[in-house]
Design a protein. Sequence first.
Length: 406
Amino acid sequence: MKPPVHGTPRLMRAINDRAALRILLEKGPLTRPELSELTGLSKPTAFQLLARLQEAGLVVSDGVRAGQPGRTAEVYRVNAAAAYVAALDVTPERIDVQVADITGAVAGEARCPAPSPADGDLTARLRAAVEAARPPGPLHRVVIGVQGAVDPTTGRLDYATAEDMPGWQIPDLVPTLTAGLGVTVDVENDVNLVALAEQARGAAAGCPDFVLLWAGEGLGAALVIGGRLHRGFFGGAGEIGYMPIPGAATARDGGGRFGHHGYQALAGGPAVQDLLRSYGVHGADFHESVAAAVRLAGGTGRAAEEAAAGLRTVAARIALGLATIASVVDPGLVVLAGSLVSAGGERLRDLVERELRVLDAERLRVLLSAVEGNPVLVGAMDLALARVRDEVFGHAARDAPAAAGR
C-alpha cells in the first residue's frame, strides 16, 4: 500500500474522493468496509466520503449484500447517470455514433449515412446523428474522430480536402461545433484515436513509445512518445500519406499538396491493388486483392509463387515508410491496423517485420491491431470518458462542503 499523502483537508478530500470513485468504477459495487480496505481509509472516513459523494450525486446505493449469518451490508456504486458522453466516427460515407454513461456502459448506438452539405449545416447534421443514438440524458462531452486533423494555429480542419470531408472547412471548427451542439466537443484525428485504443486495451498496452500505421485506402500514422500522443505543432504529426519516399513521385511531380505522390502512391490501397494485379492477383478492390494474394500464396505452383512475390513487394513498400519513421522516432513497437492489414493478416505482418530487419530496424517489434470492433469509436469513447471523469470527479471534489470531510 502506498504511504499516505499529507496536505490540507480540502486537498486530502479531493484525493480521497477521486481515488474512491476510480476504485468503484474498476471494482464496484463495494461495501463501506471493502472501500475502506481498498483505499486505505479508516471506516469512519470512508463513511463520510460515501455520504459526500452521494450528496454530490456521484454514488448511489446498490442494495445490500448478505455477509455472515444474520448480517447484511449496504453496497455502493458509481451513479451511471452522473454524466453521458458520445463518440462519433465520421467518414465520407457514414457517421457511426455511440453513447455511454460515465461507467462506460453503452446506452445507445446509431449509424447514419453521411449527408451532403445540402442537407443542412454541419452542426445540424451531427446533431441529427447524435439524436439517432437516443442519449438517455444530456451529454457532457462529445469526441469526434475524423480524417485529417485540426490545426491549433488556425482552428481549421487540415490534412483533408473538401472532397474528403465536405462541410468541415469552417473557421473555429471546435468552438463552432461546441456552440452548435451545446456540449463540449473534441475533434480528433481518427488514426490518433485508434492509437489511444491500442494503448489502453490493445497491442500497445504497456509500451510507452510506439507507432501505429493505419493502412487502407490511404495511409496514416499515430505517434505515442513517452506514453503521450504526439500531435505536432500544426496538429499533423502522423500525416504520412504524402511523405516523400524513394520510388514515388513527390509533390513537385504529383500535382501539388494533395496530388498522387508520396508514401500513399506507393503503398496505399489502390497502389497495392495495381501492384498485385501485375503479379496475376485480382480482386474487386484492394482488400479483396490482398486477401486473394494471401490465399494463393498458401498453395503451390506458379500462381502461389507469384502471389507470394507480390506480398513480399507490398511488405517492402510498407516497411520502407516505417523504416523512415523509425529512424527519427525510435519506437519500441509498430502496430499495424486498417483494412489492408486485416486482409493481409499474420502473413503480411511477418513479411513487414522481415523487411524492417533488412532495413536495419532489427529490434523493432511489429504487431497486428488487437482492438475489437470499430477502433476509432473505441478510442473516441475512451477519450470522452477520461475527460468527462476528470471534469465531473474534479468538480465534485472541489465543491464538496469543507465540514463533510472532518
